[in-house]
Write a protein that binds this ligand. Structure first.
Ligand SMILES: Cc1cc2nc3c(=O)[nH]c(=O)nc-3n(C[C@H](O)[C@H](O)[C@H](O)COP(=O)(O)OP(=O)(O)OC[C@H]3O[C@@H](n4cnc5c(N)ncnc54)[C@H](O)[C@@H]3O)c2cc1C
Length: 399
């Protein structure tokens, strides 16, 4: 039995869901419901600075109620299944919501268990991750207290949110250790599954120089596949040609988990059906390829962009324009070009802002600054400008 019907139902009140809800309400749509179980909304991009000792965790969290747009119906529940043939979402407590249009944006799942021993190791013995709100401050504790030894920073294979985050923390930590005069006593390793540190050669060249300047040993085409917390060792496995299998000991380990669509999406009818299991959408219109009244954006969507809040800023207006056209029976007018930006913090006072589209064309917002090099002004953008823009403009549907 249907619990309630809404014209537009949005699953997930994170970056994507709230941005879309706010824009729809601004454009006069009155029956918008957001299914969101969490009492707290997080600004995750600042977790890197929390782990690097440059921001407090508390500044990244606000009550969900404070970001829920006025006029939206907040359903405090978690979606468990979608039945797109009957236009319904069923929640974990059995409540069923019917929709005319569904927007799916429940974010990405952190698959900690895909690295043997990692889940149990987290939070003690030098092992942490900026990918969890509660652990980002532990990252800083471990970095701050290290005076000599070995530090290992990891990135997993497969799509992850903010693919730059695994290396940003390596640069912030190295910069801190240098400022303390101990960098030369710390052996820093960065393990990445890709052939280079970035997909765009000019930016990869720049990052190679930064890593070399800190004395970081970069292991390419490799990923960490096991953590032995008792022995303080990680197993590294080659992901492709040029990579090699090895063991590294660590005193500090910053680990990033493999990621995929939430299990209930993966096993449901909206999924691509492959291992990632994301919501299968057209990469330009953001409309589901089989169910025209279903749209998706953000980390849960299958569009092959870099999974970032910056991408969502460009996706949200496209989804809203296309939902509106769909409801009016018009052809979908809006198209997303894959824009994403990856703000790579390279020290306590500099940042490189990589902006690009689906074809890896560099698309700088500030063309006067060389987009392949770090700049001091971008550091202030990251620390102050972007959080301000997020809370005050993006979540209100104004940017
Ligand atoms: C360490 C780190 C650094 C980052 N750095 C940057 C950066 O510098 N720049 C940048 O642009 N991006 C960055 N990101 C990425 C950015 O935060 C994400 O891409 C963005 O938040 C994704 O938005 P989303 O709405 O898809 O998912 P989220 O914002 O994660 O929101 C998903 C929402 O869905 C809810 N939900 C989950 N399950 C259900 C369910 N079953 N039913 C209903 N609701 C559900 C959750 O409670 C949550 O509120 C970073 C992320 C991390 C972790």
């Amino acid at each position: 039995m249907v619990t309630a019907k809404h014209r537009i139902v949005i699953v997930g009140g994170g970056t994507a869901g709230i941005s879309v809800a706010a824009r729809l309400l601004r454009r006069g749509h009155s029956d918008v419901a957001v299914i969101e179980p969490s009492d707290t909304h997080y600004y995750q991009p600042l977790w890197t600075l929390v782990g690097g000792g440059h921001a407090k965790a508390s500044t990244t969290a606000r009550p969900e109620a404070s970001v829920m747009p006025r006029g939206a119906t907040w359903i405090r529940n978690a979606a468990a299944a979608v039945d797109p043939d009957n236009n319904t979402v069923t929640c974990v407590d059995g409540a069923v919501y019917e929709y005319d249009v569904l927007v799916v944006s429940p974010g990405i799942q952190l698959d900690w268990d895909r690295v043997e021993g990692l889940a149990d190791a987290l939070g003690s013995g030098g092992v942490s991750s900026n990918y969890r709100f509660d652990l980002a401050p532990r990252t800083w504790d471990f970095i701050k207290n290290l005076r000599s030894g070995t530090a290992v920073f990891t990135m997993p294979s497969g799509p992850i949110k903010c693919a730059g985050a695994p290396q940003k923390i390596a640069y912030l930590a190295s910069d801190y250790w240098r400022s303390q005069g101990v960098l030369s006593d710390i052996d820093v390793h960065l393990v990445v599954p890709t052939p280079r540190l970035f997909g765009i050669p000019a930016i990869a060249d720049s990052l190679d120089a930064i890593a070399a300047d800190y004395g970081i040993t970069v292991h390419t085409n490799a990923e960490v596949t096991s953590v032995d917390a008792d022995a303080h060792k990680v197993g590294v496995t080659a992901t492709g040609g040029g990579g090699s299998d090895t063991m590294l000991s660590y005193d500090v380990l910053h680990a990033v988990p493999h990621q995929s669509a939430p299990d209930w999406i993966k096993s449901g009818p909206l999924s691509t059906g492959d291992t990632g299991g994301y919501v299968e959408i057209d990469k330009h219109t953001m409309q589901h390829v089989r169910y025209p009244n279903v749209f998706s954006l953000g980390d849960a969507g299958s569009s092959p962009n870099s999974k970032t809040g910056a991408a969502i800023r460009k996706q949200a207006p496209v989804v809203v324009a296309n939902v509106e056209a769909f409801l009016a029976g018009r052809p979908l007018p809006a198209s997303y070009n894959g824009y994403a930006s990856c703000p790579i913090v390279t020290s306590s006072h500099a940042m490189l802002l990589a902006e690009f589209d689906y074809d890896l064309n560099i698309t700088p917002s500030f063309p006067l600054l060389d987009p392949t090099k770090p700049h001091r002004s971008y550091w202030y953008l990251k620390k102050y400008g972007l959080p301000f823009m997020y809370w005050n403009l993006m979540l209100k549907g104004l940017a």
